[in-house]
Design a protein around this ligand. Structure first.
Ligand code: DU
Ligand code: SF4
Length: 232
């Protein structure tokens, strides 16, 4: 199986009854501003090239963002902040991504998430995080030949990712490294492939960006460090 196939399989998943019901309900009711659009309403696959050196791991699709457009971080405020910063540091072809067909290309970077379906209040249950883990594990395994760094947006993604990394063949230090903004951890590979540089960054949610907890310069700084570590 390759990433092309994985990207086709992810949207067919119906493993979490609560999230299946929610993603489809949101897609049916819609937000007034988008009432003429057809919502995606399914699990969202990773976005970006299949030979990425850097992965960005978020939380889960937003109800009216990726759950509407079908592309990670596309169509919501979090994505506006992220794509602007990615463009500023040379990882994206344009500073915004509003629709899946807007021509945005990512350079050497793949954006993905530990939970693929939009959860109520952006809060997946631990059981849903566990259900979804094999999708991220498979994706990272397929990226492994080229993957050199991961930028994790927020503590949820960090907690969800560490078990995946150890299952995928990287040595995660014990005690497990703690999430923090700007934290950098270098993992060695169990065999074969080289080391992996892990970076923590506050999530690009409005809760953080509107309050100034995460500013655009802070985001660009960590993105640049992660891109450099990835050789981009
Ligand atoms: O053939 P390639 O340049 O290695 O890219 C693989 C695959 O990823 C191709 O369909 C283009 C696509 N891609 C990308 O390169 N950048 C993006 O942001 C999204 C998709
Ligand atoms: Fe499947 Fe993940 Fe969606 Fe659950 S959250 S239904 S495991 S894609």
């Amino acid at each position: 199986r390759d990433l092309v196939e994985l990207d086709e399989l992810v949207p067919t998943c119906r493993r979490c009854p609560r999230l299946v019901a929610w993603r489809e309900e949101v897609a049916r009711v819609k937000r007034a501003a988008f009432r003429d659009e057809t919502y995606w309403g399914r699990p969202v696959p990773g976005f970006g090239p299949h030979d990425a050196a850097l992965a960005i791991v978020g939380l889960a699709p937003a109800a009216h963002g990726a759950n509407r457009t079908g592309r990670m971080f596309t169509g919501d405020r979090s994505g506006e902040v992220l794509f602007a910063a990615m463009h500023a540091v040379g990882l994206a072809s344009q500073p915004h991504g509003h629709r899946a067909d807007d021509g945005l290309r990512l350079f050497g970077t793949r954006i993905t998430a530990p939970v693929r379906c939009a959860p109520p209040e952006n809060k997946p249950l631990p059981s849903e995080r566990d259900n979804c883990r094999p999708w991220l594990a498979r994706e990272l395994e397929l990226l492994r030949p080229t993957l050199r760094a991961i930028l994790v947006l927020g503590g949820f993604g960090w907690q969800a990712l560490l078990p995946v990394l150890s299952a995928a063949g990287w040595r995660v230090p014990r005690p497990a490294p703690k999430f923090g903004h700007g934290v950098e951890v270098t993992l060695s590979a169990a065999e074969g492939t080289g080391e992996l540089h892990l970076f923590g960054c506050y999530h690009v949610s409005q809760q953080n960006t509107f309050t100034g907890r995460l500013t655009p310069p802070m985001l660009r700084d960590v993105l640049r460090r992660a891109a450099t570590a990835a050789g981009l």
